[in-house]
Design a binder for this molecule. Sequence first.
Ligand SMILES: [Zn+2]
Length: 305
Amino acid sequence: MILRGPWPRHGAAIALLALTAACVPSADTGIGPAAPPIAGSPPPPPPRAAVRADFVLTGTAEQGAVMTGLAPDDARTVTFDGQPVPITADGRFLIAFDRDAGPGARLVATLSDGRRVERAIAVAAGIWRLEQVNAPYRGSASSDADFERRRPAELAQIAAARAMRVDSNGWMQRFRWPVAGRLSGFFGSQRVYQGKPGSYHSGTDIAAPAGTPFVAPADGVVVLAAAAPFTLEGNLLIVDHGMGLTSAFLHCQRLDVKVGDRVVQGQVLGTVGRTGRVTGAHMHWGLKWRDARIDPGKLAGPMGE
Ligand SMILES: [Zn+2]
């Protein structure tokens, strides 16, 4: 048996090292002398991003209105009246004030180092059309046996749709009206029966002939498309615009989209109709952020713009 020593391999390794070393440029090549400073101009300061130390809010703090916001830099969580509010990677979020929201609200951000940034918001009262009726309040009209039998399943379907969480940036867009026409019913309007308020109108009604196409006011995902008319809402369509903001379209004649469809602003969703409990063809457009009822007109602005 011949034992081979380590020498030949060691020698090869040394040769390889020498070869490698020969390829490395010497220290005084490649890097030239530093450029001489230009007389009279101090070196520019290193770039530094502006720090956002507080919340930045856009919109009007008012009953029935929506606001978008930017969280302070380094915010890990944001709460609105104690409830967590999701924020995007660059700190954007959405909040809204119910038609009957109280006069004050509070935003709290918790930063990664544990510090808290708080912002108290004064919520202005909305102006609603109230109609005084000199008659006793009679409760909700005509609830027959058929309605009582069908209603729980309809409400469960609506609740399940609203519980879905979708990924959409529609909430960041400027909303447009789903259909053009005369406003025939106003958000928040309410009859008051000898001092006792009835329920208020939860959306905006737009008069339009049956069969008129209506479009998505903003991007979103369909979370409910009634397969058959609901007792009150008729052919109901609900589109989620992300961040808990949803549009409901009631009394439709026809729906052209189905649950799970991703829709874009301006896309035709169906046609105006007179299904459900209505007196004539119109589009009832309702908007909600979570459980808060929002005035569509405050989001879409004046019609025709
Ligand atoms: Zn209505």
